[in-house]
Ligand binder design. Sequence first.
Ligand code: CTP
Length: 398
Amino acid sequence: MKRVIVGITGGIAAYKAAEVVRGLCTRGIEVHVLMTEAATRFITPLTMQTLSGNPVVVDMFAEPRLWNVQHVAYARRADLVLVAPATASFIGRLAAGIADDMVCATILATKAPVVIAPAMNSQMYRHPAVQANLDRLRDMGYHLIAPEEGELACGERGEGRLAEVARIIAEVLKHLERKADLAGKNIMITAGPTREYIDPVRFVSNPSSGKMGYALAGAARDRGARVVLVSGPTALRPPSGVQVIPVTTTAEMLAAVLEHFPEMDVVIKAAAVVDYRPQTTAEQKLKKGSDKLVLTLERNPDILKLLGERKGDKILVGFAAETQSLVENAREKIKAKNLDLIVANDVGQRGAGFGTDTNIATIIRRDGTMREIPLCSKQELAHHILDEVVALTGGERG
Ligand code: CTP
């Protein structure tokens, strides 16, 4: 039996948590509810206790009724932690790592996947502080269920309404099912840009943020894989529990990838590799001289193509960043690089490509069949890609 810890924080949508808990229980899930003090102003612990059939914890310092050292006990026993609704202040506390309530403390202490469903007034939701905190939670590998647009309890209309109960339950079930379908697999993911130095302080690169690769690394880890993340320079914090190999140049990325390739079952190349490097790198900083500076660039090795040549029975997944003829170009790359899958992004579209938190993609298989993935978070896209990988390794596609 799967065990879900449901955290309820203090917003008017807390009453909907009752339906969520009921829905999870009727699907045979063991539910334990943790509430913040503020949540108890909106819905009573007794209601949640009756629906879940288990004691509810509000006060971290109360005598434990079930397990000792409560937050650690819940954290260890959880198959998944869900927070619904998550208020702005809860999101801020978690983003800052402040563990002064049972819900935050449990999440900080857990290794289980964490699903968070924010709900608040639309102005609050759009506030840069809240958005920055949500970005931080996303970077930490938490799964966010975006709130919906509609009538809010405060009378306004806008974005901020707790996601539909059915959507929350579906998301929880999806993560519970997914949990271990990559257990025992070794997956290498490349992420971020590479840099090719012109002189000690200048380089040729691209605006890749690394978010797609890091989302893949976190998702693969959550699904039980051993993950090696070969990363170019990024501003991101790597997901915990992942082996990170930092690299700067394409040559360094190639060396790291080749070193780990033999022990891998799956390689996903999300890195935006710089295709050309300056023929020479000046040892000293170049000084302004003439009006023109001509750089001669030479081809870098195509890492993915080299892997394709020695692929064997490993699964190889590439990315194709295109601004035109998306599907045709991507199909060409599958052939040219001997890939099993390619994830084609139209980087010209709003919400797709470099630096964004979202992506729009078409996943194309070796046999040419494809699956369109509409605008979604990079985390969600990561799971869609891994669903395809699991299908190729003989498992079921989710
Ligand atoms: N790639 C790589 N090594 C390179 C260039 C690209 O491993 N030197 C990988 C990327 O990580 C990505 C895929 O190849 O998975 C496609 O990269 P992309 O830049 O879209 O295409 P290219 O193959 O470089 O072709 P072009 O730039 O001509 O579109």
